[in-house]
Design a protein around this ligand. Sequence first.
Ligand SMILES: [Zn+2]
Length: 658
Amino acid sequence: METVDTLFKNAIVLTMDEDLRQFEPGAVAVKGDSIFAVGPENEILQQYTSDHIIDCGQKVLMPGLINAHTHAPMTLLRGLADDLRLDVWLMGYMMPVEREFVSPDFVNLGTKLACAEMIRSGVTCFADMYYYEENVAQSTVEAGMRALCAQTVMKFPTPDAQSFEDSLASAREFIMRWKDNTLIIPSVAPHAPYTCTPEILRATATLAVEFDVPLHTHLSETAIEVENMRNEQGMPVIPYVKKQNLFDAKVLAAHCVHIDEGEIRTLQHAHAGISHNPSSNLKLASGVAPVKRMIELGLNVGIGTDGPASNNDLDMFEEIRLATFLAKGISGDPTVLPAKTTLLMATRMGAQAMHMGHLTGSLQPGKYADLILLDISPIHNSPRFKRDPNGIYAQIVYAAKSTDVTDVMVNGQWLMRERQLLTLNEAELRKLSQEYAKKIDIFLFLRENSVLSKLIAIGGTTEEESFEIQAKVPIREINPVLEALHKPEIEIIHQRHYRQYDTYFIFDGTEQGRIRYREDHFINEKDEITNVRSRLTLIGPTRERHYPQRVLLSRSRYLAPATQSLRFYREYFKPSHEVEVEKDRLRFLVCYQEIEFYVNIDSVSKPDLGCYLEIKSRTWSQKDAEAKSRLTTDLIEFLGASPTKTISEDYLEMIWDK
Ligand SMILES: [Zn+2]
C-alpha cells in the first residue's frame, strides 16, 4: 500500500479526460501538488492509503472550473455603470475611474474579492488581464488559486504606465519574475487591436515568444471594431493581427464574436485558444460568437466571465449554461453544444485554450490537483437518473448552481472546506470594497454634475484662453470679395478650403457652456476630400467687450481631439438638446497693413443663412485690440463689404435671433 497525502473516495468522479471517463463510485489519490491516481474506488483503495481520507458522500468530484477570461480586480467596479454601449462604458466610465483609482492596493483587494467569489463557485484557475498584474499574481497566490496573469499594454497612458514602452518593460520584468512560479503563468496582454498600435502588437508577440508564455488579448468583440478595421486597413481583425505577427505567440483571444469562416481557420492554424464570454457579449450587446463552428473546426474554446464590471459576476455555472443555451438558440438546433461538450469547454478545453492543458483542466495523474466537490442532491437537482451516462453532465450544466460547490482544492491545498473559505476573509473583503465604492461614488457624483469634468475625464483636453477681435458681416456674393483679396495690398500667406460640420450640445444652465463636435473635411482643387479632422471643444461662457462695430471676445475653451464618434459623445454627455450647423469655408491667412488676419468666407447651408465674411485676429492687450479693431473696419471695407452690418460671431446666436 502506498501512502498519499489525500485520498478521495465514494465520489462520482468525472475526469473530463480525453475519453471522458467516469467512475462511480470513484476515488482520487493526491500526492503533493498533483493527482497521483484516478479510478474505480475499489481499485484505488486497494493500492493507496492516506491519513486524510475524504468520504465524498456521493458528491461529484471533478476538475475545478476554468474561467478563461476575466479582469479580476474589476470586482471593485461591479455595478458602477451599466446599460451603456461598449465605448461609452469603457472610455466614458471604466477607463476614467481606473485612471483615478487603480493602484496596487486596489488591485490586491479587487483580486482577492474576485478569488473569494470564484472559489465559492468552483473556479480553480482563471485567465486575467489587468494593470499592476504583479499584484494580481501576488494576491492570487495568497488566495491559493492558479492563474494566467497578463500585464496589459496599450497605446494610451494607463494606471500603471505613462507610455506603452513603460508597460512593455514592466511586462518583461513581470514575466521574468514569475516564469518559474507553480501557480502563476505570467503573460503579456496587448489589450485589443483598437487600443494598440501595430508596433505594440508586434512587440508583445516578440516578448511572448522570447519567454514562451501565452499572449492574452481581446479580438473582434464588436461589429464596429471589425467595420473600423475594414475601413482603415482593408481587412477584418484576424488577418490584420496575423499581419502584425501576433500568432507567432501562443494566443488566448477573448470574444472572437465577429469572425468569418476564413478567420476561424486562421485561428485554428495558429493554434490560438478562444475565450467565449456569453454574459459579457450579451450585456454589452456585442453579439454571439460562432462557437459551434469553432468547435467543429477543432479550435480550443474555453468559457470566460469577462470582467465583473461587464457581467456582473464571476459565476461560471451561469456562464456554462448560457453558452449552451445561446448556441442552441441562435442555431435553432437543440443538439448543438451538448452538456458534456459545454462542461468540457469550462474544464479541460478551457485550460487548453489558455495553453495550460498540460497542467490542469482534467483529473489525470501528473496534472495538478485542482478539483472541486459538487453536491447534486439539493432539491433543485433531484431526482437523479442513471440510465444515460451523459445525464450527469446535463445535471451539472442545466440544473447545478455555483452554491452547490462545497469544497475546492488547488495545487493539492484546500481553499474551501464545507463552504468555508480557508485562505480569504470575506467579511473584511466586503468592508474594504465598500470603502472603495463610497470613494468612487463621490468621484462620479462630482464629475457627472459638470460638463467640464466629464470632458477632462475622457482625456486629451487642453485649456485655451482666447482673446480675439472678431467681426462677421453678411455678403451677397463671394466673388467680389475673392477678387479684392487678390489685390496687391493684401498678401495671402496661405489658404484652405473645407466643409465644416458642427454639432452643438446644449445643456440646461448657461454656466455649463456648450460642447461643439466639429468635423472639418478638407477639400482640394478637384473638390475631393483629402483629410477629415474632428475636434471637441467645450466653449465656456463668453465675456464680450464691444468696440465700434466689432467685438472683442474673451473666453476659455477646452479643446480635445475627437477620437470617438459623435454618437459616443452624445450618449456620454447627454445634452438637453442639439443644434447642427453646416458650412463651406474658404479660409485665408492674410497680411494687411503688416498685421495678420484670418479671413473666412462662409456659405452656411444648414440652417440656410447665406454667405458671411468673417475676420478674426488674436490680440494680447487692450491697446493692440483697439488698433486691430480699426484695421478690421478698413479690411472689411477694402473687401467690399459693409462694416455697418456687423453681427454676432456666433452662428448659434444667429440661429436663435432669426
Ligand atoms: Zn475582457
